[in-house]
Design a protein around this ligand. Structure first.
Ligand SMILES: Cc1ncc(COP(=O)(O)O)c(C=O)c1O
Length: 422
């Protein structure tokens, strides 16, 4: 089992105080905190090995190249890829999704082809395909959700046909927490030879991921949401699918040879890693994956189920003073809880929680179409990770009760004074 108190010792930032109180960090769906092991790996790289990769014969460059390649191997192991060569390092999930949309889509989509997306897609998976569809004359259609936050599989079956070339969806919704049935989607999509592009931004950091077992074609995820540095992300693709892509971002490192007439592209994955990569970041990301593998991803998942189950139980004390969105069953969802307090603006709730030392996210969480589907202008989102504790949830529930008690006073504070964001 996972011991969050022991884990917390590795995270210096969790000692920080905000507004005079020890921080309760519940904004893990946006980005996670970093353990000493990751911070030290980056420091060590800059202190001992810093050089550019794949360019130099000198010792530092050779060592840096070796470390950077090994980092790909660690990530391949983390997601059970067939080979490290299928692992493309990029900058975040958004980058991964843009690469696959443009590199696969521009080469393979034809006029009239259909791309199926979902209303629960994050903008970073929805918009790249929309742009590519506009260029190629393809059509994007959206699978709806049920009122309790599950994907409408019946609609997927209704909408899909032999013109469908791509099905793109989040494995876990960053708002509803819903965990989608990946294998079911893969089965339906592959029956018509559509490729399956899975957004793993919220799932890969929080549960075991086995790309072979899932049967998907592409997976994107962000290093910074799984204890790794910002500016790190991964696009994994099945080798035959990667071979179908044209290099999209091109330049240094993507080629074996260039003449004025021709170009011979590099082997995988370098063909898709243009220019000097985030070398230290990649090494830090591998350290993060090692840290998670040591804990065990099953343990990570079980810890979050426990935290969500406990939160829902404590929410019962608050009753209909708050509205919670997404599946009610903690086994069907991740550690992301979006809610609203009756008659209070989400920004007011978020800002007041901040004053009490609790960091949550407020707004539409880069999922505007989903909020419109739910008829909402925004939500407050608490999202958990390995270092969060039952004690912190108790403090959070007490804070919510205080907010509810102060509602009439809080209502008088203009929202613009609370927050200028959207
Ligand atoms: C489901 C989902 N997809 C994609 C992204 C985009 O991730 P990034 O900002 O790291 O590119 C996020 C970020 O919150 C997300 O939650």
């Amino acid at each position: 089992m996972l011991d969050p108190y022991k884990i917390r010792e590795d995270f210096p930032i969790l000692e920080r105080k905000v507004h005079g109180r020890r921080i309760v960090y519940f904004d893990n769906a946006a980005t996670t905190q970093k353990p000493r092991q990751v911070i030290n790996a980056i420091k060590e790289f800059y202190e001992k090995y810093n050089a550019n990769v794949h360019r130099g014969l000198h010792t530092l460059s050779q060592e840096a190249s070796e470390l950077y390649e090994k980092a790909h191997e660690v990530i391949a192991k983390f997601i059970n890829a067939y080979s490290w060569e299928e692992v493309i390092f990029c900058f975040n999930t958004t980058d991964a999704m843009n690469i696959v949309a443009y590199a696969w889509g521009l080469k393979n989509l034809r006029e009239g082809d259909i791309i199926l997306s979902t209303v629960m897609d994050h903008h970073s998976t929805m918009l790249p395909w929309r742009n590519v569809a506009a260029i190629k004359g393809a059509v994007v259609k959206y699978i709806n959700i049920t009122d309790d936050g599950y994907l409408r599989y019946d609609q997927l079956e209704e909408l899909i046909n032999e013109k469908t070339r791509v099905v793109v969806f989040p494995i876990m919704s960053n708002v509803l927490g819903t965990i989608n049935d990946v294998k079911k989607i893969v089965k339906i999509a592959h029956e018509v030879d559509a490729i399956v592009v899975a957004d793993g931004a919220q799932s890969v950091p929080h549960m075991p991921t086995d790309v072979r077992d899932l049967g998907i074609d592409f997976l994107g995820f962000s290093g910074h949401k799984m204890l790794g540095p910002t500016g790190t992300g991964v696009l994994w693709g099945r080798r035959d699918r990667l071979e179908e892509m044209m290099p999209f971002k091109v330049g240094g490192d993507t080629i074996k040879d260039v003449t004025l007439e021709d170009v011979i592209w590099h082997d995988l994955p370098w063909r898709f890693e243009a220019g000097t990569p985030n070398i230290a970041g990649g090494i830090g990301l591998a350290e993060a994956a090692k840290y998670l593998m040591k804990i065990g991803m099953e343990n990570v998942r079980n810890h979050e189920i426990e935290l969500v189950t406990y939160t829902f139980k404590r929410f019962e004390e608050i009753g209909d003073e708050i509205a919670v969105y997404g599946p009610k069953n903690p086994n069907d969802r991740g550690g992301v809880i979006s809610f609203n307090v009756k008659d209070l603006h989400h920004h007011t709730v978020g800002k007041t929680l901040d004053l009490l030392g609790i960091a949550v996210r407020t707004g539409m969480h880069c999922a505007h179409p989903l909020h419109y589907r739910l008829g909402l202008k925004g939500t407050v989102r608490a999202s958990y990770y390995i270092y969060n504790t039952i004690e912190e949830i108790d403090y959070f529930i007490d804070a919510l009760k205080r907010i509810i008690n102060l509602r009439e006073q809080l209502k008088t504070v203009p929202v613009e004074e609370v927050c200028t964001g959207t």
